[in-house]
Write a protein that binds this ligand. Structure first.
Ligand code: FES
Ligand code: FES
Length: 174
């Protein structure tokens, strides 16, 4: 493969929130900047730009990643999901978003897109987490407003909404 110099652009094609899109990016372009400035998906927020705050979290092939630590070219051919994918086309919030709203799990909302994307990945793999597991995921995010308690409560509410399934699983395992 020919090496690009740092100012040369290349075409990056990906599937974003179910739509095939492509745009030019330099080899050094961060995925967070590519999403926000090249593709216009500004729901992904950028706080620290060095992997600490978690605000920029998106899903690549279903896995939560820091888009500020990922190059746009690494998204070539991949399936991406951003916060814009969570609500229904008519704007109806999904269960996790609804629980965040009901439990005052956000104030300014700057950290919220990243937190929602992390828990979207996490709950898909672990639909019935313990409070400790929820707090462990949340430890990868910084929120300057909420004190975190409402966020834990919101995720617990979503997890417990399918509690009967959990109890059945526990019974059949015993
Ligand atoms: S902006 Fe990416 S982790 Fe803070
Ligand atoms: S709601 Fe303001 S930073 Fe989290």
């Amino acid at each position: 493969m020919r090496r690009l110099n740092k100012n040369e652009t290349t075409r990056v094609a990906l599937t974003l929130n179910g739509r095939k899109l492509a745009a030019a990016a330099e080899p050094r372009t961060l995925l967070s900047d590519f999403l926000r400035h090249h593709l216009g998906f500004t729901g992904t927020h950028v706080g620290c730009e060095h992997g600490v705050c978690g605000a920029c979290t998106v899903l690549i092939d279903g896995v939560a990643v820091r888009s500020c630590l990922t190059l746009a070219v690494q998204a070539e051919g991949r399936e991406l999901r951003t916060i814009e994918s969570l609500a229904a086309p008519d704007g109806a919030l999904n269960p996790l978003q609804t629980a965040f709203r009901a439990n005052h799990a956000l104030q300014c909302g700057f950290c919220t897109p990243g937190i929602l994307m992390s828990f979207t990945d996490f709950l898909a793999r672990n639909p019935h987490p313990t409070s400790a597991e929820i707090r462990d995921v949340l430890s990868g995010h910084l929120c300057r407003c909420t004190g975190y308690a409402g966020i834990v409560k919101a995720v617990e509410e979503v997890a417990s909404s399918s509690a009967p399934a959990r109890e059945e699983a526990e019974e059949s395992a015993s």
